[in-house]
Design a protein around this ligand. Structure first.
Ligand SMILES: Nc1ncnc2c1ncn2[C@@H]1O[C@H](COP(=O)(O)OP(=O)(O)OP(=O)(O)O)[C@@H](O)[C@H]1O
Ligand SMILES: [Mg+2]
Length: 132
């Protein structure tokens, strides 16, 4: 997918989400995880600019149709740390959670989480997207 296709796809996914939805994003540095999170936020009607929550575990946005919780767990040492930070209260809560580097909190993800894996494609500006 091109970046534009990825953004359109993320926005279309957002239309079908309800409270308690969790989207687990994986893929290497720069693969497009934040780009996808921004697209979901846009699809929910979030009006603020969504930036990577680099120095906090989670960034909350409340201007959309549902609360939007954007996680980046890259810096977490272990899923026990995430557990202590109360990540599961978000996962089973009132909004939509999108988690970058989700493999780091694998054990805590709800069984019905949507998995989106992003990888560099053959051409510059292309990404392969695997949904499960
Ligand atoms: N097809 C594409 N899909 C998504 N992003 C693309 C695509 N082509 C180019 N890009 C660019 O690649 C970059 C992806 O960055 P992004 O921050 O979304 O990645 P990330 O996976 O969140 O990285 P990090 O691991 O640092 O959090 C952006 O600069 C975006 O413009
Ligand atoms: Mg990112």
């Amino acid at each position: 997918m091109t970046e534009e296709e990825l953004r359109r796809y993320g926005a279309s996914v957002a239309a079908g989400l309800s409270a308690g939805a969790v989207i687990a994003l994986t893929g290497e540095l720069g693969a497009g995880k934040t780009t996808f999170a921004q697209a979901v936020a846009a699809g929910l009607g979030v009006r603020e600019a969504v930036t990577s929550p680099t120095f906090t575990l989670v960034q909350e946005y409340r201007s959309g149709r549902l609360p939007f919780y954007h996680f980046d767990v890259y810096r977490l040492a272990s899923s026990e740390d995430a557990e202590e930070l109360g990540i599961e209260e978000y996962f089973y809560g009132d909004g939509v959670c999108v988690v970058e580097w989700a493999e780091r909190v694998e054990a805590l993800l709800p069984p019905d989480a949507m998995r989106v894996h992003l990888a560099y494609g053959p051409d510059e500006g292309a990404r392969d997207v695997v949904i499960s």
